[in-house]
Write a protein that binds this ligand. Structure first.
Ligand SMILES: [Zn+2]
Ligand SMILES: [Zn+2]
Length: 437
């Protein structure tokens, strides 16, 4: 560890209480995707006066702080911190106003980026960075509330339901050469990433006809029965999903009827349809559509299926040995190295960014229970927040020191799937459709 790295670690430690307080504040005021206004405001407050320029309102709530903007043409590195929470109102620390719960620990990412900001913006340290650092608070990673997102799309406020997808579209990743992402985990410190499922998002509406539920049900068309049959047909299709495709289809009913006395006239479901490849999730998406059309047909109901692009599958990304060494030194112990062959059935819009530029991912521990579960807890704030800040900051320094030699090497050896943002947008738009019958 050189003297600048020692200084970085020291600065993060000096700001320990501030970093922990920031993390706790975000944790206790959890907000859902594209609604993270308070969270974004808190991040912005921290940026003010510490960076050259701040931009906000990106994809509704995204915030960027630019440090060393005069070196942006040399290299530009983004440190990504997701802002959004899940909706789990029964969680003991859920936000009573929003039902939001940070059971995916995104507040730890944001605290890590905030802590890295407090260290790297020290003028002596900033001067040693041969490139720009973008402290980037990003919205809406959890793809929930598909109907809300479709409404934002209808209003022209967004085009894509994923925060990073939308940020790519509006050009917020233009000029960024590489990015670093973090996630908290219950399995401790690790670096590198395997693959994740991609998906499309569907809002499925079954349209029936109201009638007196007891006196004259024969005059109605029961949309809930159509939906139930659709769910069963989808269930029967599951034996055709190949294990290696890692397909996941997990609908919820967001509207099951209006009044118990009335035959349900309209039933609405949301689902994500996930798979390891575009072919896998497209196949499962076609089977999902067929299932609900069959339910509608059997009951004499109508349907509307609105499909929106979700996330692309993530791409395996190795962690350069020099950076593994940096993490080891910052943590005082070596990280577990994730095999590129590892696959998760979950999804993240980090994969979308990876289709255009390299994204290095690391994980810290300090949490227990399970992600997306009410058992989720932060047990060790120094590991979850402070170590995350140290690693973000030290990785940024290693990538940018000596004329950003390592950053350039990472960028030059990377082969993006898409050559331009426009290609990405065209590909994503291919997943959009509305079907009615
Ligand atoms: Zn999550
Ligand atoms: Zn997450």
């Amino acid at each position: 560890m050189d003297s600048t790295e020692q200084k970085i670690i020291q600065r993060v430690e000096e700001h320990r209480d501030e970093i922990v307080a920031f993390a706790r504040d975000i944790f206790h005021h959890a907000e859902l995707g594209f609604k993270e206004y308070r969270t974004a405001g808190k991040f912005r407050e921290l940026l003010e006066g510490r960076v050259d320029r701040v931009e906000d309102g990106l994809a509704l709530t995204g915030v960027k702080g630019y440090l060393n903007e005069n070196k942006k043409d040399h290299f530009s590195l983004a440190l990504l911190g997701e802002m959004d929470a899940l909706k789990i109102p029964s969680y003991r620390d859920a936000n009573p106003e929003t039902g939001g719960a940070h059971c995916c620990g995104h507040h730890a990412q944001l605290a890590g980026v905030a802590g890295a900001l407090l260290a790297l913006s020290d003028p002596e340290i900033a001067q040693k960075l041969d490139g720009q650092v973008v402290f980037f608070a990003v919205p809406a990673e959890e793809y929930g509330e598909a109907e809300f997102k479709n409404e934002l799309i209808r209003q022209g406020k967004i085009t894509y339901g994923g925060g990073k997808c939308e940020l790519i579209r509006i050009g917020a990743f233009d000029g960024v050469d590489a990015a670093i992402a973090h996630h908290i985990g219950v399995e401790g410190l690790s670096v590198g990433s395997g693959s994740n499922n991609g998906f499309v998002a569907k809002v499925i509406t079954l349209k029936g006809k109201s009638a007196h539920a007891a006196a004259a049900p024969e005059k109605g068309v029961n949309a809930l029965s159509a939906a139930s049959l659709g769910l069963q047909a989808l269930g029967l299709n599951r034996e055709t999903f190949r294990d290696e495709d890692s397909v996941r289809v997990h609908p919820i009913i967001t509207k099951g009827g209006d009044l118990v006395n009335v035959v349900p006239e309209e039933v609405v479901l949301e689902t994500l349809v996930r798979g390891r490849t575009k072919e896998a999730f497209s196949d499962a998406a076609a089977k999902t559509d067929r299932s609900f059309k069959a339910g509608a047909y059997a009951l004499g109901a109508g349907y509307e299926i609105v499909t929106a692009p979700g996330y692309l599958p993530t791409l395996p990304q190795d962690f350069p040995p020099e950076l593994v060494e940096a993490v080891t030194e910052a943590a005082g112990r070596p990280p577990h190295i994730i095999s590129p062959a590892m696959h998760s059935a979950g999804s993240t819009d980090v994969g979308d960014v990876q289709h255009l530029l390299p994204v290095l991912t690391f994980r810290t521990g300090g949490a227990s229970g399970g992600l997306h579960q009410t058992s989720f807890r932060i047990d060790d704030e120094d590991e979850a927040y402070v170590l995350t800040a140290k690693i973000f900051a030290v990785l940024a320094y290693r990538l940018l020191k000596d004329g950003a030699a390592l950053g350039r090497q990472l960028k030059d050896s990377y082969r993006p799937v898409f050559r331009s943002k426009e290609e990405y947008i065209e590909f994503l738009d291919g997943f959009r459709s509305v079907e009615r019958g």
